[in-house]
Design a binder for this molecule. Structure first.
Ligand code: N7H
Length: 460
């Protein structure tokens, strides 16, 4: 793209990227393309179903108003029906469609299976074989009821008919009752997202921090410094991860290792936030739900007394450890959802997850960025898995390397320091991995004009 692009119109951007699709239920339908010509013809009928950013925002606004009204009249909020639809393609998918321009992201082009050793995944033992097959694209559908979700996906399959082959379908849903919005370890999730410049995306912006430039998320915009094909403008790379979580094992670890501090405090120090979401930096000794959404905090690069260097949110967004200008290119927009059933009593008693695949649970992690080598790939490899990050050189008294991220880090030895504030150099050994990557893939989520002008086959 040589001439500067026109001002961003968020209507051109698929809704999951900048706003997020409203959801209690979500499906990721991975497919390969069998008949590219007819797939490109059928795409014409599919595109009007795609939820753009304006529509996604409108739905969130409707929910906000309905919540306000329900609380005014003292009634519980009724379920508002909706459905959201988005589509993304792998490099193999682009080639299958005859789109051969170089999009200039080597990690995307190679695909996640090739990148897996770099991320620390054990593909031989842990990966679902379906993620080793050729995946060309993913259709994302969200809805507030499972019935609408299923009906929407069924309708989409009718549009594409025999032009696609199903590779894998993963269903996610929010957890029941008060656990709504919390992932399976019990922590409030999806709290911090970067604000994007001139896009009122309804996300929480950290105080004293400039919004990220649009090109950190969208290709071809200011901040995306790579020359891209014209059709890539306002698209974004989606990193998808199928992450199994071993919940009874995690809980048992907290119980047996919290010798000098309560188990919930140990859990909070591993994550960097309490289960309510309250940051440990602001409330180090007890959970305080009034601080659940707090963003006004930073880590002290000289200390891990309030929050260990290796805590998950310090590893993945080291506010205070690195200046925000340096962190900007690393920011990602997360759009995950929990999957699988609640922990059963017998699993809790046995302190072990069921081996039955039907009882598997975890997180369908998804994140958007304009550059995978700056975003997800970098964060997993260079921050979460890197024992020497964040830097501990300024620590007083001195501490050894931080260790790996106890939630998503991979590497040997599996340990960290600073879990116990009273003993900052003590090593906490967590040889068991509680988050097991079972697969994933890298996708490109094109703009709606690109779908219309480049992906659809012209009628003549
Ligand atoms: Fe993480 N968890 O429950 O422990 N994450 N995460 N994550 N994560 C965050 O701010 C969790 C994963 C990030 O700006 C919170 O939403 C679990 C991957 C980033 O302050 C909680 C899994 C990657 C942030 C969790 C998992 C990231 C973040 C705090 C896997 C990228 C924002 C609430 C099963 C490689 C940090 C919130 C900030 C926050 C958990 C995966 C990245 C509770 C269980 C794979 C950037």
């Amino acid at each position: 793209m040589s001439t500067p692009p026109p001002k961003l119109d968020i209507k051109n951007v698929q809704g999951d990227i900048l706003e997020g699709l409203g959801k209690k239920h979500q499906v990721f339908h991975f497919f390969s393309i069998r008949d590219a010509t007819n797939f490109r013809r059928n795409l014409r009928a599919f595109i009007p179903l795609i939820t753009d950013t304006t529509e996604a925002k409108k739905f969130h606004q409707t929910i906000k108003e309905a919540k306000k009204e329900a609380s005014l009249i003292g009634k519980p909020l009724e379920l508002l029906e909706n459905s959201g639809v988005n589509i993304s393609f792998t490099q193999k998918g682009l080639l299958a469609l005859g789109i051969n321009d170089d999009i200039r992201d080597d990690i995307f082009k190679a695909g996640m299976l090739k990148d897996a050793p770099e991320l620390g995944d054990k593909t031989e033992v842990d990966w679902d074989p379906k993620f080793k097959k050729d995946i060309h694209g993913v259709i994302i559908v969200t809805a507030n009821s499972k019935a609408i979700l299923d009906a929407t996906l069924a309708g989409i399959k009718v549009i594409f008919l025999a032009t696609i082959i199903d590779v894998k379908t993963l269903f996610g849903h929010t957890r029941p009752g008060p656990e709504d919005g919390h992932e399976h370890f019990g922590f409030n999730d999806g709290l911090t997202q970067p604000a994007v410049k001139d896009v009122d995306a309804g996300v929480i912006k950290e105080p004293n921090e400039d919004p990220v430039r649009q090109g950190i998320v969208l290709l071809g915009r200011e901040g995306d410094d790579v020359p891209r094909p014209t059709w890539a403008l306002d698209g974004s790379f989606l990193a998808f991860r199928y992450l199994k979580q071993l919940v009874p094992e995690f809980d048992n670890f907290l119980e047996t290792n919290a010798l000098h501090i309560p188990a919930d405090m140990l859990g909070a120090r591993l994550v960097g936030r309490w289960k309510s979401g309250a940051p440990v930096v602001l409330t180090p000794t007890r959970d305080d739900p009034t601080l659940a959404h707090a963003q006004d905090f930073a880590f002290n690069p000289a200390s891990q007394e309030k929050c260990p260097f290796a805590a998950h949110i310090r590893k993945t967004n080291p506010r205070g450890d690195l200046p925000s200008t340096v962190r900007e290119t690393r920011r990602i927009i997360r759009r995950g959802i929990a999957f699988g059933p609640e922990v059963r009593d017998d699993e809790r008693k046995a302190k072990k997850s069921s081996q039955d695949p039907l009882w598997e649970r975890g997180l369908l992690f998804a994140c958007y960025q304009s550059n995978l080598g700056n975003g997800f790939h970098f964060m997993q490899k260079q921050w979460a898995n890197n024992r020497a990050f964040p830097p501990t050189g300024a620590a007083n008294p001195p501490v050894p390397d931080a260790g790996i991220d106890p939630i998503i880090g991979v590497g040997a030895p599996r340990d960290m320091v600073g879990a116990n504030a009273a003993d900052p150099t003590k090593v906490l050994d967590f040889s068991q991995q509680w988050v097991v990557p079972k697969g994933g893939e890298y996708f490109f989520s094109p703009s709606i004009p690109a779908l219309n002008n480049t992906f659809v086959l012209p009628l003549h």
